[in-house]
Design a protein around this ligand. Structure first.
Ligand SMILES: [Zn+2]
Length: 420
């Protein structure tokens, strides 16, 4: 994390991305008027507003997260906003993608976004990149910007964005949403962990449901996108306490935020001490092929409380935790007798579960949706009774039920563990 210091006024100062506060073009009279509520803020002021004007921010995707991001960053006076997008506006987008209106259906998202944002703030330059990001075009586009904001909804792009940011030393303001839950962080390898420190490899496609399959509450991206916009502005201003090294999760149904400490993984393949990724890999290859055939297949569920009761009985179910080993951080550990097989390794380690084919297998993850997909995967491969732990370890913890905290440095040993 960047060095924090108190400037004597009680405000926390932080080193940001180093945007110069001097501008070739001073704020115009119009701009001074427009940004009046910023100019009177002690932590923004004229200097901060000039930093915003000099800043170049790239949005990956102009969808659910990209909509509030684009609107707030343009309104705040970020001088240059780039958008990567190649989609057209679809009627099903309008439930959450507030950049667009009914008249935009069928139009290019980039055209509609540029119109809307230029109308909102003509002092902002909107760059449009009508491409699908791949290993051959990403670095060239990212190089032009100070901060990269990830609003994508698919894993290959998320890893591509992460790796490109690490290689270029740029901060990656991350957000993701699913159903009623969202999360946000700032991954910045120079200051803290990156996305791969948390999840080393992308899961195979099909193992993780997309928003199209799983659904998403339309208001949710407004909350997460606004958090990303705030983090972006703070990085530009060099003010406040950023989300570097922290994962913020939001549960809209419970209306609850939680925060998890993230550690830099010394074995991280891209930002660790001996990185193995020195250039962008081929992300389609990394992802492999393993689709879940029926993403809507119903799966039996059990609550944390009921599982705990079952564990006190004689015929206890088998527990299978499908999180990454470095997710078993101190705040949210694992259940003592659980098998640990990360979802990405499930296909090649399926034979280890063969002996349990006819037994109840309760699948566990942090929030209950990866485990649901893993349970479905098992069901499709003929396992008799895969059951999903609804609400995952977060619910388990909320119920005050016991779990083991993994000590740092024991993560890979945990993976070798057998309960047989
Ligand atoms: Zn890393």
């Amino acid at each position: 994390m960047t060095a924090e210091r108190n400037d004597g006024t009680g405000r926390i100062q932080m080193t940001g991305v180093g945007i110069p506060s001097v501008s070739q073009t001073e704020l115009s009279k119009d701009e001074v008027n427009r940004y009046r509520r910023h100019l009177v803020l002690p932590d923004v002021g004229r200097e901060g507003q000039r930093r915003l004007k000099n800043a170049k921010v790239l949005l990956i995707g102009a969808g659910g997260l990209g909509s509030p991001l684009g609107l707030y960053l343009a309104a705040a006076g970020v001088g240059r906003v780039g958008i990567v997008e190649f989609d057209v506006v679809d009627e099903t987008n309008l439930q959450r993608q507030i950049l667009y209106g009914t008249a935009d259906v069928g139009r290019s998202k980039l055209d509609a976004a540029r119109n809307r944002l230029t109308n909102l703030n003509p002092h902002v330059q909107i760059d449009t990149h009508e491409v699908r990001l791949c290993k051959d075009n990403t670095l060239e586009i990212f190089e032009q910007y100070d901060v990269i904001v990830d609003g994508t909804d698919n894993f290959p792009t998320r890893y591509l964005v992460n790796d490109a940011c690490v290689l270029l030393g740029k901060p990656n303001v991350y957000g993701s949403i699913f159903r009623f839950e969202g999360q946000a962080s700032v991954f910045w390898a120079e200051q803290g962990p990156c996305y791969r420190c948390l999840y080393q490899q992308p899961p195979p496609p099909g193992l993780v449901p997309s928003c199209a399959e799983g659904g998403v509450l339309g208001v949710l991206p407004g909350v997460i996108g606004a958090i990303q916009a705030i983090e972006t502005v703070k990085l530009i201003l060099g003010r406040g306490d950023s989300l570097v090294g922290r994962l913020l999760t939001f549960d809209a149904l419970r209306m609850r935020f939680r925060e998890f400490k993230l550690r830099k993984d010394p074995d991280c393949p891209v930002c660790g001490t001996e990185p193995t990724i020195h250039e962008l890999p081929d992300y389609d290859m990394v992802c492999g092929i393993l689709p879940v055939e029926d993403p809507h297949r119903p799966i039996e569920e059990i609550s944390a409380r009921d599982l705990w009761k079952r564990m006190q009985e004689t015929n206890t179910p088998v527990l299978l935790d499908v999180r990454e080993p470095n997710e078993l951080w101190e705040e949210l550990g694992y259940i003592e007798d659980a098998y640990l097989i990360p979802i990405r390794s499930l296909p090649e380690r399926l034979d280890e579960l063969e002996v349990y084919r006819d037994r109840e297998i309760v699948v566990i993850c942090a929030s209950g949706w990866r485990s649901e997909v893993a349970a479905r995967y098992l069901a499709e491969r003929g396992f008799a009774r895969p059951i999903n732990l609804a609400g995952g370890m977060v619910d388990w913890d909320e119920e005050g039920l016991p779990f083991v905290r993994a000590a740092e440095g024991t993560f890979s040993a945990l993976l070798q563990r057998r309960k047989l």
